[in-house]
Structure formats: C-alpha cells, structure tokens
Design a protein around this ligand. Structure first.
Ligand code: P53
Length: 477
C-alpha cells in the first residue's frame, strides 16, 4: 500500500461535468438554444457540423443527444447524493448561459433558470460540496451567434458581463470558485464550441479567431474585476486544455516545434495570468498578418485583473515533429499529435501518460507561480454491465490511480494544487463525439448512443475506489 499523504488537508477532491453535456431539458423553463443543442451524434455528422456550423442552421437531424442527455436537470438530487457518498468536497459544473439569458441580449434574466441553479447550489452545499462553476463551457447562446456573429463581435463582452453580473450577485454567498471560459484555447480548434463563431468561407480565419480571443480575454479580465468587487472572497480561474508537447526527436528543430506548439495554448494563459500579451505574440501576429483591434483601456484591464488561479484539463501529453512528412495527426484527437511509441492509447486514440501530468503541472507552475486546479482528467471507455449489474472498470481505476499518483509527485515537487475533479464523474454525452458509449463516470447511466435506456444510475467499481481515495486524502490509491 502506498503512503502518499502529500495532499494538503483541505484538498478539494471531487468531479466535473458541464451543463451542456448532462442537463438535457433543452427547452425547459424558458431555456434558449446552446451550440450543443443543434449538433447530431457522431454517426450523423457531428464533426461535419462542428467544422461547418451553417449545416446546423440549414438542416434538422433525427436525433440530438443533448436534448435529453442524462436528464441531470431533473435528477441532480439523486446524482449529488451519490457524489456526496463518494465524499466529494467539490463539484464542478457550468451554468448554461441560455437558461439565464435565452437570447443572450434579453433585458431581464430568466427567473426560472436562476432558480434552478439556486436549488442546485443549495443541494451541493447541503452535502458539504463547494460548487466550482464554469461560466461558459462551450455554451455561448445560439441567438448570439445568429444575431451578432458570436465572439468575433465585441458586443459579446457586454452581454457576457451582464450575465456575470447577474450570476455573481445572485450566487454571491453560494459559489466561491469560478472559471471564466472552459478550455479557452479550444477557440482555435473548435471555434463553434469555443466562441460561437463560424469561420467557414472567411478570408482570414486566423484574424477572426484571434480577435474573438481578444474579446474573451478582455471579458475574462473584466469579469475578474467585477467578481472581486461583488465578493472579495471569490476565486477566479482561467482554464486551459493542457498537455505538454514533447519533441519527436532530439533534433533541435523538433524541440523548437514543441515549444511553439505549447505556446499556442500558453498564449491565452500568459494574458490571463500575467496580464499582458506575451512578447512572442508580436512576431506571431506579424507573420500571420493578424491585426488586433484594441479598444481604449483594454490593455489596462488585462494588466490590472489577472486570475487568482489556473485550472486546466489534462487527458494526455502531445508529440510533435518539425517535419511535415512525419507530423500526421493521430485519429480521434482535436490537438495534433504523433503516436508516442512509449504510450498506450484509449479506445478513442487518446494516449495515456500519467507522468505527463506531473510534467504539465510543473511546467505550468514554473511559468506562472499561481495555484493550480486540475478540473478535468479521465479515461473515456466502453463499460460492460455484467449480468448481476456490476461494472468492473479496472482500466479506469488504473488510469486514475496513476494520474493521482503523479499529481501527488507534483505536489511533492512543490506545486501548489487546490484540487482534482476528474471529468464526467457521472456518465454524460461526449463533447467531441456526442456518444454515451464513451464513458468517464464513477456512476453509470443507463442510456445508449441512440438515446435508449431507463436513465437509471448505478455505481461502478471505480465508485468504491474513489471513495477510498478521498476518504484517505490520497493515501490509499
Ligand atoms: P470528449 C478535445 C480535446 C481535449 C479536451 O472530451 C476536450 C476535447 C473536446 O472533445 O474537451 C474537454 O467528451 C471538454 C469537455 C469534454 C472532455 O474534454 O470528447 O472540456 O467538455 O467532454 C472530454 O471525450
């Protein structure tokens, strides 16, 4: 047995979900449409629509996995009770913007939406779980995309801040930890999710994306300012889709390519954590013919309102080469990565690298010296329900055990880390594929890729394992 007692006393063990992937009830109580609500499943062209959002407006599909999802909207009490049984100290979810402002630009917020999150957060607190809330998790209202062009339009900053003002005041005494944008660097890879933008047919898509990024970065800083005014105890975090990039060989060109690949994501966090555009961005913008339109005061706002902590998702490291012949993307990944011969991969081609988590934590902490929060990590896998109803997900336990071990090592290395919330603590709809089959949970949900199933919840073997981990504060893994 491991004697890993390195975790701080108040370490926030928990789990993570997002509104758009678990709530369902997609039009209930006055909700407006979210990006995910117009997306079919993988078998019916989800990736095509993600790449070309116009398809979603032109066409209706037979089945939208998000419309019912796992019906967390109506079942959250049962679900939170199970999470409390595992001993969760924190629960990460997001607020669906379109439940609060169905059109994004409405005069007044939707009271029914606000009431839902009041009840949800009360239920968390009742169980002693600290809510950790993502303000925008791939969830810019569709109406803001249709009527304003999404985040490429500067007006989105004001709509976002208005939304923040409402939720910060309303949940002032219930929520302390907030994340401004989920995986903010995803804007570059899946602009529809990240920014509610459509770049198809645009003459200069990079210009559009980085302008949208600037709007989000300003919105994030202004939200941080507002949050601290409303409640000085609020802790505001940024959120990066992380995973250190390795060079394919010791060829200096590969090493340089890896450094540049990591800068693509660090670019965002450099602004959010250090309060200014990194020095390397000047050359990057110049060489890519990107001209940011700044408004008066933007740089000052960025400077004066950096985040309090840095959160990130970590599923895998990445591998890159300077040689375009070699540098082919592996299947099933949003981020380009070569196959690393030292690593095994999940059924979806995501490579498994626990030590890479330690490397990533150290790299981010060295760079920013701000507290970290690991807000996503986990293994998407097919689970088999046995005749007696049990689910023996040893592969998931193995994955998580090794990552918890390396997180402990990083903490011993001196990294300050506030907590750990593995992704999809209850099975939910996959963001990338729209599948239910790609499961991450400690809690199983009876529902398949086509939406069949009773939605009944049951505990997997990993449920008991994680309960022990939390109960021993990471000593028994
Ligand atoms: P799914 C790609 C690469 C890294 C993180 O992803 C990603 C994605 C999007 O597919 O997203 C995060 O469900 C995201 C979650 C998402 C989770 O990773 O495709 O924050 O919304 O569900 C896992 O397996």
């Amino acid at each position: 047995t491991e004697k890993n007692t390195t975790f701080p006393k108040n370490f926030l063990w928990g789990g993570a979900v997002a509104a758009n992937q678990c709530e369902g009830a997609y039009l209930t109580d006055g909700k407006g449409l979210s990006p995910v609500d117009v997306l079919p499943d993988a078998a019916h062209g989800r990736w095509d629509v993600l790449a070309n959002p116009k398809l979603a407006m032109e066409k209706t599909f037979d089945f939208y996995p998000s419309h019912e999802s796992i019906d967390f909207y109506h079942r959250y009490k049962e679900d939170l009770a199970l999470m409390a049984e595992m001993g969760f100290k924190t629960f990460r979810t997001s607020i669906c913007w379109a439940r609060i402002f169905p059109n994004g630009d409405d005069q007044a917020p939707n009271e029914a939406g606000l009431k839902f999150y009041d009840d949800l957060f009360d239920e968390c607190l009742k169980h002693g779980m600290e809510p950790l809330i993502t303000i925008n998790h791939f969830d810019t209202p569709i109406a803001l995309m249709k009527n304003y062009g999404g985040w490429k339009n500067r007006q989105l900053i004001d709509f976002y801040l208005n939304y923040c003002d409402v939720i910060f005041k309303r949940y002032k005494d219930k929520v302390k930890y907030w994340l401004t944008f989920n995986e903010i660097n995803m804007l570059l890879h899946i602009p529809f999710f990240g920014g509610g933008i459509d770049i198809v047919g645009e003459e200069h898509p990079e210009q559009i994306k980085y302008q949208a990024a600037h709007h989000q970065l300003v919105a994030s800083a202004k939200a941080t300012q507002l949050a601290h005014e409303i409640n000085p105890d609020f802790k505001i975090g940024c959120m990066l889709a992380a995973g250190t990039t390795y060079p394919n060989t010791c060829n200096p060109k590969d090493v340089w390519a890896a450094l540049e690949a990591d800068r693509e994501g660090y670019f965002f966090i450099d602004v959010q954590a250090r309060g200014q555009y990194p020095s390397y961005s000047k050359r990057f913008f110049k060489e890519n013919n990107i001209q940011l339109e700044l408004a008066e005061g933007d740089l000052e706002v960025l400077k004066n309102h950096p985040v309090d902590f840095i959160s990130f998702s970590y599923y895998s490291s990445r591998l890159t080469s300077a040689d375009p012949e070699v540098n082919q993307k592996t299947e099933g990944n949003v981020f380009a990565s070569l196959k690393n011969p030292y690593l095994e991969a999940s059924e979806w081609g995501w490579q498994i690298d626990p030590l890479g988590l330690r490397t990533t934590m150290n790299a981010i902490y060295d760079r920013y010296q701000k507290p970290l929060f690991i807000v996503e990590n986990g293994l998407g896998a097919v689970d088999q329900v046995e005749a007696d109803g049990s689910i023996n997900d040893d592969y998931r336990i193995d994955y998580l055990r090794e990552h918890v071990r390396e997180m402990g090592e990083a903490i011993e290395d001196g990294v300050e880390c506030w907590g750990y919330t593995p992704w999809g603590c209850i099975d939910l709809v996959s963001a990338g594929s729209g599948e239910m089959k790609k499961r991450y949970g400690f809690i199983y949900v009876d529902r398949d890729n086509d939406g069949n199933g009773t939605l009944a919840r049951s505990k997997k073997k990993s449920f008991d394992w994680y309960q022990k981990v939390i109960g021993s504060n990471g000593a028994e893994i």
